[in-house]
Write a protein that binds this ligand. Structure first.
Ligand code: COA
Length: 155
């Protein structure tokens, strides 16, 4: 039987799988860690991807102003990459931004090709407001950030 793939808004019972997935990426320097308490508080900002009822991917939107949101904590578990799930989550987060009438969606990433395929363009980091960098105080690489900024302007 083909796998049943679903993307949906996260719920409180997703906190534990989200915590484990994000902690794993954080241990490899790919994401910033999120505590269970933070995830509980921010669960409404998260979306998840499920394969056969198991959470295998996540992403979140962080509002940075009237006109700008950032995609954060986007990741798909090993073994499930390359099946379109990451793009489905990005589509869902973009839909959410549209619903909130926010015209600009950005991300800081190492996965530039993936974001280009999803309609983003590479931009200079310094076009973004100070608020973008508040999360960076928690990052070991804050003095030598090598992530690339990407932006999508919604019609
Ligand atoms: C980036 C990530 C979310 C992509 O998820 P995914 O489910 O594997 O991506 P998709 O299957 O939706 O890929 C969509 C397209 O992007 C391409 N793509 C995905 N990852 C890519 C990569 N690393 N390099 C080049 N192309 C890539 C795919 O080939 C696909 O192209 P196609 O439409 O021509 O077939 C996933 O690889 C991941 O979890 N990476 C580690 C965490 C991370 O870096 N997250 C980004 C933080 S902002």
């Amino acid at each position: 039987m083909p796998a049943v793939i679903v993307t949906r808004k996260a719920r409180l019972e997703d906190v534990e799988p989200l915590y484990i997935m994000i902690a794993d990426y954080a241990s490899r320097g790919i994401m910033l860690p999120r505590s269970r308490q933070v995830l509980e508080r921010q669960i409404a900002d998260f979306v998840v991807a499920e394969v056969d009822d198991v959470v295998v991917g996540c992403g979140s939107l962080c509002r940075l102003g009237e006109e700008l949101v950032e995609i954060r904590s986007l990741g798909i578990s090993e073994g499930h990459k390359g099946r379109g799930l990451g793009s489905m989550l990005v589509d869902q987060l973009i839909e959410e931004a549209r619903n909130q009438k926010i015209p600009k969606v950005m991300a800081l990433t190492y996965e530039v090709s993936f974001f280009l395929k999803n309609g983003f363009t590479v931009v200079e980091k310094d076009i973004f407001p100070e608020k973008v960098w508040t999360d960076c105080v928690n990052c070991a690489k804050q003095q030598c950030c090598d992530e690339i900024a990407v932006l999508k302007i919604l019609d």
